[in-house]
Write a protein that binds this ligand. Structure first.
Ligand code: NAP
Length: 314
């Protein structure tokens, strides 16, 4: 099986590189699978250059390397910046997945595309259609209603993939963190180390997810892709198990890291940001467990593993 990874320099791509056991480019045959890692910026010896917004480049690349499975980890992920860079966000999050799907269809390859909990608005509805506070995790057939440009562009990407007729899956995940790149865990560690008290939003709840957990799930899907992935692509949710507020997540990060710092929960209104975020975006993962036997771990365990790596300076 030949697995092509895009956006390999990001959090998930890096985790997937680790999980696949691949450190060299394109010549590992352990377990019979060959993985190739690409990103918009080439890194000599480890990552091949592939800008997925370049339709012709994608087509030529696919015809050259002929992947069996493509894992799209590339995305425009800066939620606040997307508000002012709408076109760029849609190019990467909507158009590029369409180019990948088209090229995959041509070759008969499968596509594993990643999406987000931010396709949801966090509102519950009562029997009359009025708004109520939501507390039930979102299932794949719940209606999306993004609150921000990032969510809109990711939703458009999901649709582009599923309407292409490609074989594969669209995996929505949430609150991704890792020892690499920019994320909530690293930001909290940094500020908590400098202050006695930090203010963290307490009225947004979701499922923190380790990029390593998601990479394990994706590697399982990728290596089984030839046999089991559906046509056309279907939606699945994957996140680590457990629902928590951002403030409680911060509290646990600080507790596990052994840092002396108090978390003061504040409201979203007291902590304004360019993009509006859902108050509740937990994902129900029972479908991926039922169909693929992939069972998420309680979120505190992978968090401990991430913090251990950060402590060891990796
Ligand atoms: N981060 C989260 O909290 C979160 C939550 C839910 C869902 N997700 C989804 O999970 C997936 C992985 O997220 P992540 O946190 O690993 O993202 P990330 O760390 O931001 O990595 C994305 C990678 O894609 C690359 N990229 C951007 N434009 C590209 C292009 N035109 N061609 C090729 N590569 C390009 C980026 O390169 P540059 O850095 O050079 O731009 C970066 O290396 C994404 O689909 C994201 O939407 C993330």
């Amino acid at each position: 099986m030949r697995v092509l990874v895009t956006g390999a320099g990001g959090q998930l791509g890096t985790a997937l590189r680790r999980v696949s056991g691949e450190r060299r480019v394109g010549n590992d045959r352990s377990g019979g699978d060959e993985w190739l890692f690409t990103d918009v910026v080439e890194a000599a010896g480890t990552t091949v250059g592939l800008n997925i917004t370049d339709r012709e480049a994608v087509k030529e690349f696919f015809e050259w390397w002929r992947p069996d499975v493509v894992v799209n980890c590339a995305a425009f992920t800066d939620v606040d910046r997307a508000e002012t860079e709408r076109e760029a966000a849609f190019r990467v999050n909507r158009d590029a997945p369409r180019f990948l799907a088209e090229a995959a269809v041509r070759l008969g390859a499968a596509l594993i595309h990643i999406s987000t909990d931010f396709v949801f608005d966090g509102n519950g509805r009562n029997a009359d259609g009025g708004f109520i506070e939501r507390s039930r995790p979102y299932a794949e057939d719940d209606t999306p209603a993004p609150l921000n440009v990032y969510g809109e562009s990711k939703l458009a990407g999901e649709k582009a993939v599923m309407e292409s007729g490609v074989r594969g899956v669209v995996v929505r995940t949430s609150w991704l963190y890792s020892p690499w790149g920019k994320n909530f865990v690293k930001a909290i560690m940094r500020v908590a180390a400098e202050r006695d008290e930090i203010r963290v939003v307490g009225d947004q709840s979701g499922c923190p997810t380790s990029a390593m957990s998601l990479a394990e799930a994706i590697a399982e899907l990728a290596t089984a892709a030839a046999v089991v992935l559906p046509t056309p692509a279907q939606l699945y949710h994957f996140c680590d198990a457990g629902v928590v507020s951002r403030a409680d997540f911060a509290d646990e990060i600080i507790r596990q890291a052994g840092i002396e710092c108090r978390v003061v929960p504040v409201t979203s209104a007291e902590y304004p940001s360019a993009a509006k975020r859902p108050m509740f975006s937990a994902l129900d993962t029972s479908k991926i467990t039922r169909d693929f036997g992939i069972a998420p771990r309680p979120w505190r365990e992978p968090l401990a593993e991430c913090l251990k790596e950060l402590k060891n300076g990796r």
